[in-house]
Structure formats: structure tokens, C-alpha cells
Design a protein around this ligand. Structure first.
Ligand code: MG
Length: 249
């Protein structure tokens, strides 16, 4: 009697375990339907304090080899102590290479000697994507100006979501994710440019739609163009830059 009971219980347990196992296998098989295994993303090394291994370094502190004057000829900005600075009157500089969609990292510093000036005249420079679309560089600490011209604005288009500015002579960073505009064969705009900007690690532009090339006067209007250089603005202020790299996407 007792033996019979033990055998029966054993059979019952075995079949319960088998059912559970079957159910588990079925769930695993179902979960596999939504798994993607290929293509495998490439491995990128991200050493602390250095650009990612797949970045194109545009300025590592040593020279302006990746740059030229926007008006032609060599870039004549100043390079000293691992920093490049605007050489006032020498004009904008731009990369020798052209870029379309990019992730761009730029570190910049407002000068201490512009405190006698206000608004757009204090530490003005700019990071121009494709030589056309400006992310404004300006001394933004206690410096009222029109909000779509303050630091990290898309100049004359989008104010930043917040003002994440640091004081003059403190290093700041922009991390920019830029989607270039797309034009049709007839020069028609198929897709406008979009930009996301982090200023000192804070999101200040969130997939903002760019209206067209940056204009000081008047409204922007797209004109078809190809991939183009990244440029930095000489706006008659001693703004400095360092650690500039880009990842074409
Ligand atoms: Mg500017």
C-alpha cells in the first residue's frame, strides 16, 4: 500500500516537471523570435579622458593640420599649451574634410578680457555645422541677450532649453548630434537638418529642426548643398578651443 503510494506520487511529480520543462522551452522559443543577432555592432574603445577609438580627431592640442582658413590658405589661429584660440581678424577656420551626419565633441572657453562688453559682444564665437548652421558660443554668465542668440542656441532659431553656462575661463563642452539636411536631385528639401546638443552634459537642444542656414538678418532658407566642413567663428573675441573630435555616422 505504502509502496504503491510512493510510486504514484513519483510519477505525478515527474509528469509535472516534464510539463514545466516543456512550457519553459516553449517560452524560450517564443522569446527568440524577437532577438536580433546580426549584424554585430563594431567594438569602439572608450578610454577615459580620450576620444573614442573611431573618432576623427580634429584638434588634439598640437597643431591645426586638420584646419584651413575659411577664406583660403592656412588656418592662422593661435596654438599654445594644447589650446587653440581665435586670432582676431584672421577669420573663421574650417576643417579640410567635409562631413554629413556627425557626432561632434568640442570644448571651449570664454575669455576673461571681454567683461567690458555685453550681449553678443562678449565672448562670441560659434560652431558651424556644414559651414552653415551655427551652435552659438558666447559668454553666457550674467550676460542678457536675445535668447535665440545665447550660448547653445541654434543662432536666431532655437533658444537652448536651459542655460548651462560656466564662467569665463572655465572650460565647457558641446556634444552635438547632427543630422544633415537631405536634398532631392532638383535641389528640393527632402528632410531638414536636426540637431541635438548637450552643453556641459545637459540637453539644451533636443532633436531641434533647423530652419535653414544661420542668418543674422532675415529668415533662413535652405539651399541644396553637399557634405561640408565644420567651421569655427572668429567674432572678434579671444575664445579658445581644445579637444575637438568628430564621429561621422
Ligand atoms: Mg557666434
Amino acid at each position: 500500500m505504502e509502496t504503491t503510494f510512493i510510486i504514484a506520487a513519483g510519477i505525478a511529480l515527474t509528469s509535472t516537471a516534464a510539463i514545466a520543462q516543456e512550457a519553459r522551452e516553449e517560452r524560450v522559443a517564443k522569446s527568440a523570435v524577437t532577438e536580433i543577432w546580426e549584424p554585430i555592432p563594431e567594438t569602439v574603445q572608450t578610454p577615459e579622458g580620450a576620444p573614442p577609438s573611431d573618432a576623427v580627431v580634429l584638434f588634439d592640442g598640437s597643431n591645426l593640420d586638420a584646419w584651413e582658413a575659411k577664406e583660403g590658405g592656412a588656418a592662422e589661429w593661435l596654438v599654445e599649451d594644447g589650446v587653440m584660440s581665435v586670432a582676431r581678424g584672421k577669420g573663421d577656420i574650417r576643417t579640410k574634410d567635409s562631413f554629413c551626419d556627425v557626432q561632434l565633441h568640442v570644448e571651449w572657453r570664454s575669455p576673461a578680457n571681454d567683461q567690458g562688453h555685453d550681449g553678443q559682444d562678449r565672448g562670441n564665437s560659434g560652431v558651424f555645422l556644414q559651414e552653415r548652421y551655427e551652435v552659438q558660443v558666447l559668454d553666457g554668465s550674467d550676460n542678457p541677450t536675445y535668447v535665440n542668440g545665447q550660448p547653445a542656441s541654434i543662432y536666431k532659431q532655437h533658444p537652448p532649453l536651459v542655460n548651462a553656462s560656466r564662467a569665463p575661463m572655465e572650460w565647457q563642452s558641446y556634444d552635438i548630434i547632427f543630422q544633415a539636411p537631405i536634398f532631392g536631385d532638383e535641389g528640393d528639401l527632402r528632410r531638414p537638418a536636426y540637431v541635438t546638443v548637450l552643453h556641459n552634459g545637459v540637453v539644451v537642444q533636443n532633436h531641434a529642426q533647423i530652419q535653414g542656414p544661420t542668418e543674422w538678418i532675415g529668415y533662413p532658407a535652405y539651399q541644396a548643398h553637399d557634405c561640408a566642413p565644420i567651421s569655427l567663428q572668429d567674432h572678434d573675441a579671444d575664445v579658445s578651443y581644445r579637444n575637438i573630435w568628430v564621429r561621422p555616422m
